[in-house]
Design a protein around this ligand. Structure first.
Ligand code: XMP
Length: 507
């Protein structure tokens, strides 16, 4: 494989993901991995990721310097470039201003790493430090307006370093550059695909689980359905699938999920814990506290359920990479954005060992995997629905009447999207109850009622998103129907924020 050393960039997984798209297998390891462990993976090349730190900071993250003496091809990206520069006698200083955004890459030399890409291509910069003096043995192979050292290389040693991020979407030909590194410089072949991923994961599950049992939390969404399917293939009836009715589901959701699994011949256990969840959430308004309470209560319910069976030692969840990266503790190399409940919300006392086969991949890859495993199209096409459910879509205190109001608005909105064919064209669509009342007039009467916000976004992996440009007449239908049909709502607004700087969910 290609081994990617992670220095805490939000983009590290995207490097691996781009390599996967080219059919190249890669493994991400923490920057501190020992040289023996790295070599045990028999790498054909190493990529040093970006990261939020400065290489000259006293507590900067440094890899074992022996990696530079292995004779393996190395590619350093951003922070990785600065490490390479520092190691080989160049110098790194704070830039006068942070360079952030698009830049034009001008080739200074014809290199195999740029094969089949164009001079003047757009690349994405995001850095506060810059290389000031070229490292020994290196030459400049690319420049940009603000970066005289945008790309450098020691081609004899097969070491390359970029100031820009080839892995991000805005680096238009970046995928090709990463592919060139893997294929031309490291000599990797394009043999990896989702089918190989499924086989690897099934084998891994069998090795981990042995003759024990696994409780798998299923929600009816794509992620947990794919996990349950992988487990069913791997361990058959050692799998105990549990669906928790937490009282925070959408209208008719419980019935739909039960029917969906029944149709596939899976014996789903439904644990009705709605009263427990709602009791615990009563009066709680802080988003992170809500998330923690829900995460903890889920585990308690799973624990109770597990007691009814012998030999359950594992809990399987459909945690995705997006859930992981945004929840990583501040103590780790990246920053916490919100505690996605199946990661940051887990209590310390939990005794299950976790099985999370999707932890390193993205939603759209999970969908491909689902197709590979033969899941039905309508299950694969379902919009994401967060574990904490409607609790993070009712702003402020969560209670039954508000949840009911939101369910009605949500059902109407989804109805209109399905009817107009827009559901399958968007990443996610939902309504948020804003906890804001406003004045209206209905008939000849004054109203003072709730506001609902419609949030519809487009995305490919949920890491970034833009609000969907829904035709105004469709928005009008949604608004008119919600206000006419839901008693207690007199105003509908549309969220026109993108991520970043907003997030997709409101809490
Ligand atoms: P944000 O709001 O962080 O959401 O931009 C990104 C994607 O993740 C979903 N999401 C969650 N999924 N557990 C989940 O399984 C969670 O706690 C959670 N929080 C957000 C969100 O719906 C969006 O698709």
């Amino acid at each position: 494989p290609i081994v990617v050393l992670d220095f805490g960039s939000q983009y590290t997984q995207i490097i691996a993901r781009k390599l996967r798209e080219s059919g190249v297998y890669s493994e991400i390891v923490p920057y501190s991995e020992s040289i023996e462990d790295i070599m045990a993976r028999t790498p054909k090349g190493i990529i040093l990721s970006g990261g939020p730190a400065s290489v000259y900071a006293p507590d900067a993250y440094h890899p074992d310097a022996t990696i530079f003496e292995l004779g393996l091809p190395i590619l350093g990206i951003c922070y990785g470039m600065q490490l390479i520069s520092q190691h080989f006698g160049g110098s790194v200083i704070p830039a006068d201003h942070h360079e952030y955004g698009k830049a034009k890459l001008t080739f200074q030399k014809e290199c195999a790493i740029f094969a089949d890409t164009t001079d003047g291509q757009t690349v994405w910069m995001s850095h506060g430090d810059k290389v000031d003096k070229l490292a020994n043995g290196f030459e400049v192979i690319g420049t940009s307006e603000n970066s005289p050292f945008a790309a450098i290389a020691n081609e004899d040693e097969r070491i390359y370093a970029f100031q820009f991020h080839p892995e991000v979407y805005h680096s238009e030909q970046g995928s090709k550059i990463l592919k060139n590194f893997a294929k031309h410089i490291c000599g990797c072949e394009s043999t990896w695909n989702m089918g190989s991923f499924a086989k690897e994961q099934i084998k891994k599950i069998q090795d981990t689980v042995g003759d024990k049992k696994v409780l798998c939390g299923v929600s009816g969404g794509v992620d947990s359905s794919v996990v349950a399917t992988l487990l069913a293939e791997a361990i058959g009836d050692q799998l105990i699938p549990v669906f928790v009715d937490n009282g925070l589901l959408r209208a008719n959701e419980r019935e739909q999920v039960e029917a969906m699994f029944k149709a596939r011949g899976v014996d789903l256990i439904t644990a009705d814990a709605s009263e427990l969840f709602l009791e615990r959430l009563a009066g709680v308004t802080d988003p992170e506290t809500k998330r923690k309470i829900i995460g903890e209560t889920f585990i308690e319910v799973f624990d109770e359920e597990a007691k009814k069976h012998d030999g359950i030692e594992f809990l399987a969840q459909g945690t995705l990479y997006t859930d992981v990266i945004e929840s990583v503790s501040v103590k780790g190399p990246s920053k916490t954005i919100k505690s996605h409940h199946n990661v940051g919300g887990l209590p310390d006392w939990m005794t299950f060992e976790l099985i999370e086969p999707l932890r390193e991949i993205f939603k759209d890859e999970v969908r491909l995997l689902g197709l590979e495993l033969g899941l039905p199209k309508d299950m694969i096409g379902r919009h994401p629905f967060p574990g904490p459910g409607l609790a993070i879509r009712v702003m402020g205190d969560v209670n039954k009447p508000d949840l009911e109001l939101l369910r009605k608005a949500d059902t109407i909105m989804l109805d209109v999207l399905h009817a107009t064919g827009l559901y399958d064209k968007t990443w996610q669509a939902f309504t948020v109850l804003l906890n804001v009342k406003s004045v209206g007039v209905m008939g000849d009467n004054r109203t003072y009622d709730n506001t609902v916000c419609v949030r519809i976004v487009e995305a490919t992996d949920g890491m970034t998103a833009t609000f969907a440009h829904i035709p105004h007449d469709v928005l009008e239908t949604i608004s008119r129907r919600i206000i006419n049909e839901v008693d207690g709502i007199n105003r509908v607004v549309y969220d026109i924020s993108s991520k970043p700087p907003a997030t997709i969910e409101w809490e």
